[in-house]
Ligand binder design. Structure first.
Ligand SMILES: CC(=O)N[C@H]1[C@@H](OP(=O)(O)OP(=O)(O)OC[C@H]2O[C@@H](n3ccc(=O)[nH]c3=O)[C@H](O)[C@@H]2O)O[C@H](CO)[C@@H](O)[C@@H]1O[C@H](C)C(=O)N[C@@H](C)C(=O)N[C@H](CCC(=O)O)C(=O)O
Ligand SMILES: Nc1ncnc2c1ncn2[C@@H]1O[C@H](COP(=O)(O)OP(=O)(O)OP(=O)(O)O)[C@@H](O)[C@H]1O
Ligand SMILES: N[C@H](CCC[C@H](N)C(=O)O)C(=O)O
Ligand SMILES: [Mg+2]
Length: 483
């Protein structure tokens, strides 16, 4: 696509004299190739304008910037390059989301789990699916590595473009609050927007719970304001108090789910068993008894959200039920680790107060003996959740062990000191994560449960700016074998 055609998508722009062919768009100078349009982003850490010269040296044929630069190639100046990037990415890749049934999921906890459940339902319906989220991006069965839960607009639109080329009809994606605020999803034409829940996290970034809620609300307020063509649906959790505000903020059709509050998709007669969960599902078409392979009351919410999202997407209810009953767990979420031991070891991605409480309460329901809870908190992330998570670990376990998660640029001991402010009773501090896991595995006896929380599917640990190989599941198995 030539530069002038590409720039037509941005109103009132001053067209440069030269009109080179643009072969790709990048915002990292390391990805520049001959023919690239390089977009200078003023970021949280770096100023992309500082890499513009290097970009030209590597073959960039044009620059999009927030200030004038003299580089010998066309430099187009706009007020906000991040905003312009989403518009250009959508145009460059041919508005791919208009050719996809797009489902976005937002909320503090349960996005990855819910996205996998929705994927499982659509696959049962013989649809070709795409998935974008914390663990990976997927096109059909092919997985692609990802850095962020919701990638930037350039990566997103290029992946959607690949999805369209590979005949994907439904794309399911996690939409983080950071992505909504940073406009990473501008240009995404959602058909269904799902809300899981809103509890404390990310206050380092959003500052207050109301600001955090407003970030989440953008998924619903941007759902579109026309009833003319395709129907748009907001699928909302009736048991969460944010839902009342989201209903006001969206003009889409609203469908609710819940356990306690009257809703369109409701669960009653809940039976939480070890190894599964059963409940009666109330739907607009009548009641159905359901048995899930997933454990815990919180997974009923994830299942209800998925059922509702599939239902408004016109998938027959009997098929939805068939798929949801078959669905197994997601990597790193309540994942059992088996090294032949006579006690349970569970790896879970709980890294917020609410998720930790949920997972520990679920474990308490089945625990016959002691519960070891290995818990840490990430560095460079909301410090106010640290004492809360420690308090929850002490409250719902018999043996709390505080350790490091991803310390990042922070001193692990100061993170642990923050946690200790909420701790009480019988707890230990073992900063080295391998030692913490090994110590719990060595102390555990027949019938005990060891929960290793916080890192789930992660296969690394970030200490300083170094990334080390680290997988809770492998460390636990090794410790079990060495017992
Ligand atoms: C604080 C934050 O959200 N940062 C995100 C933001 O980065 P940024 O725009 O500030 O980038 P920057 O690193 O300052 O660089 C500025 C520009 O210089 C360019 N650059 C930089 C260095 C260089 O050598 N050359 C170069 O060209 C960069 O490519 C960029 O264009 O935009 C980037 C692209 O979208 C993100 O990858 C990055 O996420 C960072 C890595 C991050 O850790 N974010 C977390 C907080 C996050 O977003 N998490 C949510 C999930 C949260 C949840 O719900 O649990 C997520 O969606 O992942
Ligand atoms: N609906 C839910 N409500 C509360 N807690 C949940 C729910 N679903 C899952 N959890 C807990 O939260 C953890 C993370 O779940 P999941 O990965 O599905 O959430 P997420 O929203 O994708 O998280 P992230 O924002 O880090 O990507 C799980 O390991 C479990 O402990
Ligand atoms: N998406 C979350 C993941 C947290 C995972 C936890 N292991 C940590 O590093 O804090 C975040 O960026 O806050
Ligand atoms: Mg996730």
């Amino acid at each position: 696509m030539n530069l002038h055609t590409l720039l037509q998508s941005i109103p009132f722009i001053k067209m440069p004299e030269h009109n080179p062919e643009v072969t790709n768009i990048v915002n990292n100078h390391r990805k520049v190739e001959p023919g690239s349009l390089f977009i200078c982003i003023t970021g949280h850490v770096f100023d992309g304008h500082n890499f513009a010269k290097e970009a030209v040296d590597h073959g960039a044929v044009a620059i999009l910037a927030e200030r004038k630069l003299d580089l010998g190639v066309p430099v187009i100046v706009v007020k906000d390059t991040t905003r312009a990037m989403a518009i250009l990415a959508d145009a460059f890749y041919g508005h791919p989301t208009q050719n996809l049934h797009l489902i976005g999921i937002t909320g503090t906890n349960g996005k990855t789990t819910t996205s996998h459940l929705i994927e499982a339902i659509f696959r049962e319906y013989k649809k070709v699916t795409g998935l974008i989220g914390t663990i990976y991006m997927k096109i059909g069965d092919r997985t692609i590595e990802t850095k962020n839960t919701t990638p930037d607009s350039l990566v997103l639109q290029s992946v959607f473009h690949e999805m369209v080329n590979e005949k994907v009809d439904t794309a399911i994606m996690e939409v983080s609050s950071h992505a909504l605020v940073q406009g990473r999803v501008n240009g995404c034409d959602y058909d269904v927007a799902v809300f899981t829940n809103l509890t404390q996290d990310h206050l380092d970034y959003h500052h207050t719970m109301e600001e955090y809620r407003l970030a989440k609300s953008l998924l619903f307020s941007k759902l579109g304001n026309s009833y003319h063509k395709n129907k748009k649906f907001a699928v909302l959790n009736a048991d969460d108090k944010a839902t009342k505000k989201f209903i006001v903020e969206t003009s889409a059709h609203v469908v609710t789910y819940g356990i306690d509050s009257p809703s369109d998709f409701m669960a009653s007669n809940i039976n939480l068993e070890n190894g599964g969960t059963s409940f009666t599902l109330h739907t607009p078409e009548g009641n159905i008894d359901i048995t899930l392979k997933l454990m815990g009351r919180f997974n009923i919410y994830n299942a209800l959200a998925s059922i509702a999202a599939a239902y408004v997407s016109n998938i027959p209810l009997d098929l939805i039920v068939q798929a949801i009953e078959k669905a197994t767990g997601v990597p790193g979420r309540f994942e059992s680790v088996n090294g032949g031991q006579d006690f349970s070891v569970i790896v879970d991605y709980a890294h917020t107060p609410d998720s930790l409480e949920n997972v520990l309460k679920t474990i308490q329901q089945f625990a016959k003996k002691r519960i070891f809870a290995i818990v840490g908190c990430g560095g460079d992330r909301d410090p106010s959740k640290r004492p809360l998570m420690a308090e929850i670990a002490c409250k719902y376990s018999t043996n709390a062990i505080f350790t490091s998660d991803n310390p990042r640029s922070e001193n692990p001991l100061s993170i642990l000191a923050d946690m200790e402010k909420g701790a009480f009773g019988n707890y230990q501090i073992i900063p080295d994560r391998t030692e913490a896991i090994t110590s719990a595995v060595q102390a555990a006896r027949n019938g005990d449960i060891v929960l290793i929380a916080g890192k789930g599917h992660e296969t690394y640990q970030i200490i300083g700016d170094q990334v080390f190989d680290f997988d809770d599941r492998l460390v636990a198995v090794k410790a079990i074998k060495e017992r």
